[in-house]
Design a protein around this ligand. Structure first.
Ligand code: WT7
Length: 655
C-alpha cells in the first residue's frame, strides 16, 4: 500500500495546520452507497433537500431506460430556481463573502476581482433585466460566447433567473461552429464580448459572432460585453451590455421553474454526425452538481475552490458555477492559460488566493511536469488539501508528479470520471474514504450503478478482474434528459447498443479489488487535451475543402495531449500533395471548427483501406497511426490490400 493510500484514510490536511475531518469515510461511504442504490427514493428524497425548493417535491424518481420509452424525471413536481439557489439563499448569511474571485489573463494590466454574493446578486439581476428588456422570455434559448470573465457567470445565472435556457459555446470555437449552434437550438440572442484575451493573445469574439450570424436568422440579437475596449464593428442587431446594465434595475425576481424545465443545453461531440445538444434540467442537476462538489472535493465552508476549466465545457458549468455557488463557496474564475506569463502561473494563483481544492486536467499536469519542478517549488502551496483530475485517464507518471511535487504527498487526488451527459462525477475516489490508486477513477458516486458488459454480446460481466464496456444500470439525478430537438437520437446514441442501460462510450476494467479503470473511448470519439472531438466532424471539415476527395481521422497517443489528431487525406484527382497544402488544410480545419480540432499529423493517402462493401477499416488506420503495424490482423478482406503497404511506408508517427 502506498503512502498516498494510507494517508487518505485518516484526515485531509493542509500543511498550514488546518485539519478537516472529511465529510465521508470508508464506513459512511459503504453505508450511504448501499442506501443510494437499494432505496433511491429515500436516499435522494433526503439529499434533494440540500437545495431550496419553492414548492417541495413529493415524487423523487421516475425514470425508464426501456427501449422506445426513455424517460428520465427527478423531483418532477417540485419547483425551484437555480439562480436563487446559487445567490439569493446565501445573502442573509454570507452576503459579504466572496463568491467569485476573478483572475485576469494578465495581472500586469488588471488586478483580480473579488465579487461578493451581494455583488453577484446585483450584477446577475441587472443582466437578467437587460435580457428581459431585449425580449428574452422563459424557455427562450440564449447563446453565451464569452471569455472567462465574470459576465460569463452573470449571463448563465441571469438566464437561469428568468427561465431562459443558456447554451455556452467555448470561445475557442470558430464562427461556423458558433453559427451551427445558434441555429441548432434556435437562439434568440447571442451574448459575446469585443475580444477574449488569453495567454497574451486576443480572439476577436465580436467579429467571429458577426461572421457566424451571417448564416442565422435576421432577428437573432447580439449583446456585446466590453472586455478590452478594442475596436469592433457595430450592426443593427447589436446592443451594448455595459450601457444597458448601467441603467437596468438591480431587482429581478427569480422565476419559479419546474424541476424538469431545461437549465442549459451544451453541445458535445459524438461518434457520428454533428455535435448534439445535451439537455440538462434544473432540479436533479442542481442536487447532483452541489452534492458532488461538496463530497468529492471534501469542500468545507470557507474553502477557496479552483477549477481551471472553461465555462464552455461541462466541467465549468458544474464545478466553477453551479456546484460551488449552490454550496456558498468561493470559486475562482481564471481567464488565462497554465503557461502564461510562465509555467508557474497555476501555482502563483494557488499561493495568492490560498486555494484549498485544485481541479485540473491531465494534459495541463503533463505540460507543467515537463516545465520542471522549480516552477512549483517557487510558491507556497500549503493551503492545498485536495487535488482533482478530469477529462481523460491520468497516467501514473503524471499522477505521481501531481501527488509528490504539487501535493507534497499529503493531498488526496480525486480522479473524477464523468461526461457532459452525466452532469457530475460518476466514478471517483472520495478524500478520506478511498484508498487511492494512481490512474484509477475507482468507485461509483452515490446512486451510480456501473456495469461492465461484454462489447459484442452485451452480456453482463460479473466479478472482478474483468474488461468490457462501461454502462450504467439506472438513472442518477444529474443525467442528461434528451438531445435538444431529437429525442430519438438520445435513445439511439445512449440506449440502443445495450438495451436497458446507459452506454458511456468508454471501455473499462474492473480490477481485482473492484476498482474501475477507464481504458478510453470505444467509439469514434477522441480525447485531445481533455477536449472531446468526433473524428467524423474533423473528416467532414476536411472533405469540405475543394482539393480533398476523402478523409479518415483517428487518434494516436500523444505525450502531452493524451491523444493527437491523425488525418489520412486523399486528394482530388490532379491535386498534388505539398507542405503548403498541408498548412492550408490545417488552417482550414481551424477555421471550420476551431484551433482544438487542428490535425497534428496529415498523411497523404492515395487510397483508404476499405472492405468490399466500401466501409473504411478504421482499426487498420488506428494501428498505422499508432506506429503499431505489426499486428494489423486480417487484411485480405480489403477491396485493395495494397493501399495498406503504401500507408505503412509513408506513415507520419515514427517512434
Ligand atoms: C469523456 C467525456 C466531464 C469531464 C470533462 C470531459 C473521458 C473524462 C475521465 C477520467 C478517464 C475520462 C471519457 C469520457 N474522461 N474524465 N477521469 N478518466 N477518462 O467531458 O467532453 O463530455 O468527455 O472524457 O472518455 O467519456 P466530455
Amino acid at each position: 500500500m502506498s503512502d498516498a493510500s494510507t494517508r487518505s484514510e485518516s484526515v485531509v490536511q493542509s500543511a498550514n495546520g488546518s485539519t478537516k475531518t472529511p465529510h465521508i469515510n470508508a464506513e459512511t461511504y459503504a453505508q450511504m452507497y448501499d442506501a443510494s442504490v437499494s432505496q433511491p427514493d429515500v436516499f435522494w428524497g433526503e439529499h434533494g433537500q440540500r437545495i431550496d425548493w419553492i414548492k417541495p417535491f413529493t415524487k423523487v424518481k421516475n425514470t425508464s431506460f426501456e427501449p422506445g420509452n426513455i424517460d428520465i424525471r427527478w423531483f418532477e413536481d417540485g419547483t425551484l430556481n437555480a439562480s436563487a439557489n446559487c445567490i439569493d439563499r446565501h445573502l442573509a448569511t454570507r452576503g459579504d463573502q466572496t463568491a467569485i474571485i476573478w483572475e485576469p489573463d494578465d495581472t500586469s494590466k488588471q488586478e483580480p476581482l473579488h465579487i461578493t454574493y451581494n455583488d453577484l446578486h446585483r450584477s446577475v439581476s441587472k443582466m437578467a433585466n437587460v435580457l428581459k428588456d431585449l425580449g428574452v422570455e422563459k424557455g427562450d434559448r440564449v447563446i453565451i460566447y464569452l471569455p472567462m470573465i465574470p459576465e460569463a457567470a452573470y449571463a448563465m445565472l441571469a438566464c437561469a433567473r428568468i427561465g431562459a435556457i443558456h447554451s455556452i459555446v467555448f470561445a475557442g470555437f470558430s464562427p461556423d461552429a458558433l453559427g451551427a449552434r445558434v441555429n441548432g437550438c434556435g437562439a434568440k440572442l447571442v451574448i459575446t464580448a469585443d475580444y477574449a484575451p488569453r495567454g497574451g493573445r486576443e480572439t476577436p469574439l465580436k467579429s467571429n459572432t458577426d461572421t457566424a450570424l451571417l448564416h442565422c436568422d435576421d432577428d437573432v440579437q447580439c449583446l456585446v460585453v466590453k472586455r478590452t475596449g478594442g475596436q469592433t464593428t457595430w450592426t443593427d442587431r447589436d446592443h451594448d451590455y455595459n450601457k444597458l446594465a448601467e441603467i437596468a434595475s438591480d431587482d429581478c425576481p427569480a422565476v419559479e421553474m419546474n424541476a424538469e424545465d431545461p437549465l442549459f443545453i451544451l453541445y458535445t461531440s459524438g461518434s457520428t454526425g454533428q455535435p448534439k445538444g445535451v439537455v440538462h434540467t434544473t432540479g436533479g442537476y442542481m442536487v447532483y452538481a452541489s452534492m458532488t462538489h461538496e463530497l468529492v472535493f471534501d469542500y468545507h465552508d470557507g474553502d477557496i475552490f479552483w477549477c481551471t476549466a472553461d465555462v464552455g465545457w461541462v466541467t465549468g458549468h458544474s464545478y466553477i458555477v453551479y456546484g460551488p455557488l449552490a454550496n456558498g463557496a468561493t470559486t475562482i474564475m481564471f481567464e488565462g492559460v497554465p503557461t502564461y506569463p510562465d509555467a508557474g502561473r497555476f501555482w502563483e494563483v494557488c499561493e495568492k488566493h490560498k486555494v484549498n481544492q485544485f481541479y485540473t486536467a491531465p494534459t495541463a499536469i503533463r505540460a507543467l511536469m515537463g516545465a520542471g519542478n522549480e516552477w512549483v517549488e517557487k510558491y507556497d502551496l500549503s493551503d492545498l488539501r485536495v487535488l482533482g483530475s478530469v477529462g481523460e485517464p491520468i497516467n501514473p507518471e503524471a499522477w505521481n508528479w501531481y501527488n509528490d511535487v504539487v501535493g507534497k504527498g499529503r493531498c488526496p487526488i480525486v480522479d473524477t470520471f464523468w461526461q457532459t451527459e452525466t452532469g457530475g462525477h460518476m466514478l471517483t475516489p472520495l478524500p478520506g474514504a478511498t484508498e487511492l490508486k494512481p490512474g484509477s477513477a475507482q468507485q461509483p458516486f452515490f446512486g451510480v450503478q456501473p456495469v461492465v458488459l461484454e462489447p459484442t454480446s452485451g452480456e453482463i460481466i460479473e466479478g472482478n478482474g474483468v474488461d468490457g464496456v462501461l454502462c450504467m444500470r439506472d438513472s442518477w439525478p444529474g443525467q442528461m434528459r434528451t438531445v435538444w430537438g431529437d429525442h430519438e437520437r438520445f435513445e439511439k446514441t445512449y440506449f440502443s447498443d445495450y438495451k436497458g442501460y446507459y452506454f458511456s462510450g468508454d471501455g473499462c476494467r474492473r480490477d481485482e479489488d473492484g476498482d474501475y479503470w477507464i481504458t478510453g473511448r470505444v467509439d469514434d470519439v477522441i480525447n485531445v487535451s481533455g477536449h472531446r472531438m468526433g473524428t467524423a466532424e474533423v473528416e467532414s471539415a476536411l472533405v469540405a475543402h475543394a482539393k480533398v476527395a476523402e478523409s479518415a481521422v483517428v487518434g494516436y497517443p500523444h505525450d502531452v495531449k493524451g491523444q493527437g489528431i491523425y488525418a489520412y487525406v486523399t486528394l482530388m484527382n490532379g491535386e498534388e500533395p505539398s507542405d503548403e497544402l498541408r498548412k492550408e488544410l490545417e488552417v482550414w480545419v481551424r477555421t471550420e471548427i476551431g484551433p482544438i480540432a487542428k490535425p497534428d499529423l496529415i498523411q497523404w493517402a492515395p487510397g483508404l483501406p476499405k472492405t468490399r462493401s466500401g466501409k473504411i477499416m478504421r482499426r487498420i488506420l488506428r494501428k498505422i497511426a499508432e506506429d503499431d503495424f505489426g499486428s494489423l490482423g486480417d487484411t485480405s478482406t480489403l477491396a485493395d490490400p495494397s493501399v495498406v503497404d503504401d500507408l505503412i511506408a509513408n506513415r507520419m508517427n515514427r517512434g
